[in-house]
Design a protein. Structure first.
Length: 321
């Protein structure tokens, strides 16, 4: 996470509407558990240790409030413009004894790739490529995609066979979680697939359209309060769909998840609740505990993130015969 150390710039970022707050909160809610904090532009404040300590105090306090353990994070004072503490240790900040940026990056732990789960690929785009045909593109989140596999796309339920898989213009036999791939599917028109669709294996827990879902939602900053019937846009994996807050079931404690109030009228900034949401258009999402990348979302309204949440239960739509 980048922080501008110059006077006024850090203060703007950490203010109530600031980007630093929003980035940190989104990172935590979206499952990012490892973080490096860089205090950039140290040259703008003469590589001052007092300024570094002032920023350090505020940032640690905020990160702890969100849920991070601030003691497990490296806070590196850098100057991107002059290259201080990026690859080599800077002589202009002899007071800093911690890891420099390169060491901090090397110190991160690589996450395990969830290859044992069923296949899930949220589509980012769909292309029509001459001589090949329809090519959906997306990142494999869980499972393994293999050439020759029969796949299905939710929420529409169209199925097809994967003819070939490509990553960075090289053909692959299979793709694993973390790979951004394009794969060619038979007999599907480009207009039948859209960004936000999810690709899965026909034979192994295929993805399906959801009718509604129950989620634990934390309200970050909303000018008034959120009540039943509120319909903002949800960003869940690559889908961008308006969903209606059908019913606020209970208000809960953010840390312990104990119910504080049943069926509250509304939720204000800083409060957390269990809510039933209903998508206004066909949508595919998953329960967080099963497929975490498809089980978390940000609620956007008035050009900012007003809330974030994780999906606890889902109701699958009944297929129309």
């Amino acid at each position: 996470m980048m922080i501008a150390s110059a006077t006024g710039e850090f203060e703007a970022g950490i203010s109530q509407e600031g980007q630093t707050r929003e980035h940190a909160l989104l990172a935590y809610t979206l499952g990012v558990r490892q973080m490096i904090v860089c205090m950039n532009k140290m040259d703008a404040c003469d590589f001052d240790e007092a300024r570094y300590n002032e920023i350090l105090g505020e940032v640690k306090q905020y990160l702890k409030k969100i849920g991070y353990n601030p003691d497990n994070i490296d806070y590196v004072p850098i100057s991107g413009f002059h290259g201080d503490n990026m690859i080599d240790r800077s002589e202009r900040m002899p007071w800093y004894k911690g890891r420099i940026l390169l060491e901090a990056l090397d110190n991160l732990k690589a996450p395990a790739r969830p290859t044992d789960k069923a296949l899930r690929i949220p589509l980012q785009d769909v292309y029509k490529i001459g001589g090949i045909g329809t090519v959906p593109v997306g990142r494999v989140e869980t499972g393994i995609l293999k050439a020759g596999m029969k796949v299905v796309f939710a929420p529409s339920g169209i199925s097809s066979e994967v003819k070939s898989i490509e990553m960075h213009h090289e053909a692959l036999e299979q793709a694993i979680p973390g790979d951004n791939v394009g794969f060619n599917v038979k007999n599907i028109a480009v207009k039948d697939l859209k960004r936000g669709f999810v690709c899965g294996d026909v034979k192994n827990d295929p993805p399906k359209q959801v009718e509604s879902f129950k989620a634990q939602v934390i309200i970050l900053n909303h000018p008034s309060a959120i009540s039943n019937g509120y319909t903002p846009v949800l960003d869940c994996h690559t889908a961008h769909i308006a969903c209606k807050f059908q019913e606020i079931l209970e208000k809960i404690d953010r840390r312990t998840a104990k119910a504080l109030e049943v069926a509250p009228q509304s939720l204000k900034s800083g409060e957390c609740g269990m809510i039933i949401l209903v998508p206004t258009k066909p949508m595919c999402c998953e329960v967080f505990s099963d497929y975490s990348p498809l089980g978390r979302f940000a609620v956007r309204d008035m050009k900012q993130t007003v809330a974030v949440g994780v999906i606890k239960e889902k109701t699958v739509a009944v297929e129309k015969k």
